[in-house]
Structures are given as C-alpha cells and as structure tokens.
Design a protein around this ligand. Sequence first.
Ligand code: FA5
Length: 340
Amino acid sequence: MTLNQKEIEQIHHMFSQALTKVTTLEALEVIRITYLGRKGKITELMNQLKQLPVEQKRLLGPVLQELRQSLTTKIEAKKSELELKQKTNGSFFDVTAYDPAHKNGSLHVYSLINQQLEDIFISMGFEVVSGPELETDYYNFESLNIPADHPARDLQDTFWLNLPGKLLRTHTSTVQAHCMEEKKLPLAIFAPGRVFRNEATDATHDFMFPQGEVMLIDKKISIANLLATAKAFLQEFFGQKDLKIRTRPGYFPFVEPGIEIDGSCPFCKKGCSVCKYTTWIELLGAGLVHPNVLRCSGINPEKYSGFAIGFGIARLAMLKYGINDIRLFHSDKLSFLEQF
Ligand code: FA5
C-alpha cells in the first residue's frame, strides 16, 4: 500500500479506538510502542514517506508530523489519567473542586427557632397549624371579642388594605376562630406565623415579626393546665429544668382572666442586664378563652373551656441567642446570618 492521506486517517482512527479501551499503564505502553516505537506504525510511515516524490513529501510530511504529535499528546494525557487513578485507588477525587472561599448556607434563625418550637409543642400533643396573613376584620377582631368601636383595637396599630374589611393580621390569635370552626373538639393547636403592625421600628419593635399562638379547648380546662403548659414549654425552650414562672394580671379582650407570664431569668440568679436586674423576664401573654370567643365559634362555654397563650417568636429568639436588635433578622448582614 503506498502512503496516502486515507491510510494516515485509518491509522489515526485505529489508534483512537485502541486508546479508549486501555485501562492499564502496561496496555498503554504496548500501544505507544505499536504506534510511536522505533519499529512502530508511524516510524514505518515516515520511512515510506522518504520513498515518495518531492511533491507528495511536501503534502504528506506535515500531515504525518501532526499525526505523530497528536498521538504523543493523547498518550501522555491517558498516562496522567491512569497514574492518577492508580494513586487514588480507582476513586476519582477532583482536587480542583476545593474552593476555600466557598461558604455553605445555613438555616435562618427564624427557621431554627420555629423548628424548636414545633418540636416542643408536638411533643406535648399539639398540632401545628397556620392561618392566612391577609385577614378579615372578623377573624382579627370581631371573633376575638373586639367589636368595631372597642378601644382595644388601638392596642395593635393595623395595616388596613384598600379592600373593605381586609387587613394584614396583627396577631396569630386570628387562628383561634379558624380552628374552632374547622376542627373537632378537643382542640390543641400551635400556630406560628408572621404578623404585621403599623409601628415605628426600633431595636425591639418591628412592623413585621413572627408570633406563636397556643390554644387548648376541652372539658374542664383550667388555669392550672395553662400554667403547667407554659412552664413546661419555657423550661424546654431555654433548656432549664428549674426555670420558674410567675403571673401578673394582663388585659387581652379574648381571654378572661388575662395574665402576663414572666419566666425566671435563664441567664442569671441575682440579676443581669438581660432581666434589667429584676431576675424576671416578661415572656408570654395568656388567659382562659373568653366565653364570648367560644360562643362566637359555636362552642358552648357551659360544657367546654380552654386557654390561649401568645408570644413574640422574635423576642424569644433574641433572648435565647443574645441578639440585641430585632431588625437584624431581616437584614442582609452576612456576619449576623452566618452565626446560625
Ligand atoms: C398579642 O398579640 C396577643 N394576641 C397575645 C395573646 C394570645 C394574649 C393569647 C393572650 C392569649 P401583644 O400585642 O402583647 O399580644 O403581642 C404579643 C407579643 O408579640 C409581645 O409580647 C411581644 O413579644 C411581641 N410583639 C408585640 N409587638 C411587637 C413588635 N412591634 N415587634 C416585635 N415583637 C412584638
């Protein structure tokens, strides 16, 4: 066979096919000798080239050179690949994939706190529920014993919408009537979620913040059940089995009696800056569900009673993690977010 372009292409093709099947360095060396060795195919072609007339030499010489270069490069690449495989025992590890500047994401502190709260209340037998953020006057106020002209409406500055009777809920107590209407008794729910208030912001006040609502309705529910639940919850949340609670009178139109629950400061025994040197921290609003609220959802207050507890989830998170400004929660400060 006289040397021509087709023959060169054929040899290139055969080489490429042989190379893809190679899995050991020894087999690769055999291929190298077969094609590039002293008596190999390329050397043979080079010898044939010498016999050709000048014009053909000019034509095929560079093609052969190129072929030899290409084969050499491919053999070298395959050799490096096989050597690396041998070193890593077959499993390929891409050292270039390591990027020291790369940062892993983490859960937002609100997600972490919500998970903890949900775990606690689920372990106590409560069902986790949610309600709409866009609410009606009825669920935010009327159903909670706050009629249209009641001064208690001013306790929570409301974002009213341009739709008649529609608003952004000011508290998670809205979930109470939804659940009483939809679920069967007895009822035990925990409702975490965002609420909105038309307030100026500062280090402890936001216009949008998460709250949690706990409600239990059954026969013969008393203030003792409320206090036992509140204490167990706070002890678990702060991880302190000896955390104590105390109550003060509080006013919320949807509970009677209404109480504020303080917890003994989880950070000190004698007074510190967190508890303002009083050893107590205000933590929960609570009370026994007002008979009017039960009646409004078709529940007979002669047969059933219940308690409700409400709290600011952001404020609890601030206490637990020592966060001094509520506005950090929805800031884009990575130095804050990366801590959790
Ligand atoms: C209520 O919203 C009642 N719904 C709570 C309740 C439920 C009482 C069931 C009784 C029975 P209050 O307006 O106090 O109550 O808000 C509850 C908590 O939300 C506060 O204790 C505080 O922790 C948090 N909070 C209130 N306003 C803000 C605000 N602007 N920014 C951040 N947290 C707030």
